[in-house]
Write a protein that binds this ligand. Structure first.
Ligand code: OGA
Ligand code: NI
Length: 365
C-alpha cells in the first residue's frame, strides 16, 4: 500500500469521511467483539491460509558483498531477486542492529500508549475530516470496501521542510529524532541499492539514483496488527503492490505474516532479525521498463500474536514524470509503460486500492 498525493476528487473525499471515528482496529480487538462484516474477505480471495506448495525461499542479499569486486555471485542473485521476486531480504546494510531495535521498540511503545495519547496525532480532524498523515486507518472511499486489520501511523519524512510535525509523536520522547535518523539511513541504503541495480543492468551507475532528487518523497508507515480472532476471514493487509518507487521495510523480529506472490503461490517472508526487506514498487518497475518486478504481497492476520512493521516508502518528486528511463529501452525491448505524473499515479492508486484493482495495469502499453 502507499497513499500519497491528492485524493481523487472531493466527492470521494466526502464519502471517505463517513464512519471514520470508531474504526481503530486495536480498539475493536480489545473489545473482544467479532470482526465487523466490512473486514471479512469476499471470494475469490478468501483462501487466506492455504499453505504454499513451493519450497522457494525469499532471497537474501548481502549488500556489502554486492559492492565489492569479488561480488559477482551476489550480483547474479541480486538480479534474479529483482526480476523474479521483486523483493529480497538485505543483510550487511550498514544500519546497526541496536538502532533497528530502537526503531521497533519505540514504535511498539507508541501503539501501546493509551488511546487519548495516540489520538493527539490522529489523522482525523475533530474526529471526522480525513488527513493523509497521522495515526488511524486508511481512508474509506467506498461503502463496499473490504477493510484491513491494522492501524497505522503515517508520516512524511522527506523532504524535511515539508514535514507536518503536528502529527509526529512526541511520546516516546526520542521518537522524532529516531525517525529522522532512520530516514537518513534508509536513504543511504536506497542509494546503494539503486546504484547496484544500474550496475547489474550495465547502465550508467547513477541513472536510477539521480531520479531521487531533493524533492523526492519518503513516507514512513508504522503498521500495527492487533490480534485477530478470525485470521481465516480477515487480512492484516489485503493483496496489493506498492505504488512507491521502492519500499524498505523493518519487519517484526518475532512474528511473521507478510507473504509474497511468486509463480501463483503465496510464499512467507520469514522472520529475519536485523535484516531489511526491500520491495520494488511500481515506480521502479516502470523506470526499468518492466525488467524489475513490483510484486503482489499481503499480510495475514494472527490470532495469537500482535505484529508490527515500519515501512519506508520512497517515491519521486510528485511533480516529476514517472516513465521508463531511456537506457532500458531498445529494439528488443520496446517501451512498455506510458508516461504519468508521479502524483497522478499515486492518486489513482488510492482509488484502485479501494476497488481491489492494480494501478500498473492501466499504464501498460
Ligand atoms: C505495506 C506493506 C507489509 C507489512 O505497508 O505496503 O506491504 O509487513 N506492509 O507490514
Ligand atoms: Ni506493501
Amino acid at each position: 500500500m502507499f497513499g500519497l498525493g491528492p485524493y481523487p476528487n472531493s466527492k470521494v473525499m466526502e464519502e471517505g469521511k463517513k464512519e471514520m471515528g470508531s474504526r481503530l482496529v486495536q480498539e475493536l480487538a480489545m473489545s473482544g467483539r467479532d470482526a465487523p462484516t466490512s473486514y471479512i474477505q469476499r471470494d475469490p480471495v478468501r483462501q487466506i491460509n492455504s499453505p504454499p506448495h513451493t519450497s522457494a525461499q525469499v532471497p537474501v542479499i548481502d549488500l556489502n558483498r554486492l559492492s565489492q569486486s569479488d561480488g559477482a555471485d551476489e550480483s547474479v542473485k541480486f538480479r534474479d531477486a529483482l526480476q523474479s521476486w521483486g523483493l529480497f531480504l538485505a543483510v550487511n546494510h550498514g544500519i546497526p542492529s541496536s538502532f533497528l531495535d530502537e526503531v521497533l521498540n519505540l514504535s511498539t511503545e507508541f501503539f501501546h500508549l493509551p488511546l487519548e495519547e495516540k489520538q493527539k496525532f490522529a489523522n482525523l480532524v475533530d474526529g471526522k475530516e480525513f488527513k493523509l498523515e497521522g495515526y488511524g486507518n486508511d481512508i474509506v472511499l467506498r461503502d463496499d470496501q473490504t477493510l484491513d486489520w491494522n492501524d497505522r501511523l503515517y508520516l512524511l519524512v522527506q523532504p524535511e521542510d515539508q514535514r507536518n510535525l503536528d502529527v509526529w509523536p512526541t511520546n516516546p520522547v526520542s521518537f522524532r529524532d529516531v525517525l529522522h535518523t532512520f530516514g537518513k539511513n534508509t536513504q543511504t541504503v536506497r542509494a546503494q541499492i539503486l546504484r547496484a541495480m544500474a550496475k547489474v543492468l550495465e547502465l550508467k551507475e547513477d541513472c536510477f539514483v539521480k531520479q531521487f532528487d531533493e524533492k523526492a518523497n519518503m513516507y514512513a508507515r508504522f503498521n500495527y496488527y492487533p490480534l485477530c480472532k478470525r485470521p481465516d476471514l480477515v487480512f492484516g493487509l489485503k493483496p496489493h503492490a506498492d505504488a512507491s518507487a521502492m519500499t524498505i521495510l523493518l519487519l517484526d523480529k518475532e512474528v511473521a505474516g507478510l507473504q509474497v506472490r511468486k509463480n501463483a503461490e503465496w510464499v512467507d517472508v520469514p522472520v529475519f532479525p536485523d535484516s531489511l526487506l526491500v520491495v520494488i514498487g511500481d515506480g521502479i518497475e516502470i523506470m526499468s521498463n518492466g525488467i524489475f518486478k513490483s510484486p503482489i504481497h499481503r499480510v495475514v492476520a494472527n490470532s495469537e500474536k500482535e505484529r508490527l512493521s515500519v515501512v519506508m516508502f520512497s517515491a519521486l518528486d510528485p511533480e516529476k514524470n514517472l516513465e521508463p528511463l531511456d537506457e532500458p529501452i531498445d529494439e528488443t525491448r520496446p517501451r512498455m509503460y506510458k508516461t504519468v505524473k508521479t502524483k497522478d499515479y499515486l492518486a489513482d492508486h488510492f482509488k484502485h486500492f479501494a476497488e481491489g484493482k492494480r494501478t500498473l495495469d492501466f499504464y501498460k502499453i
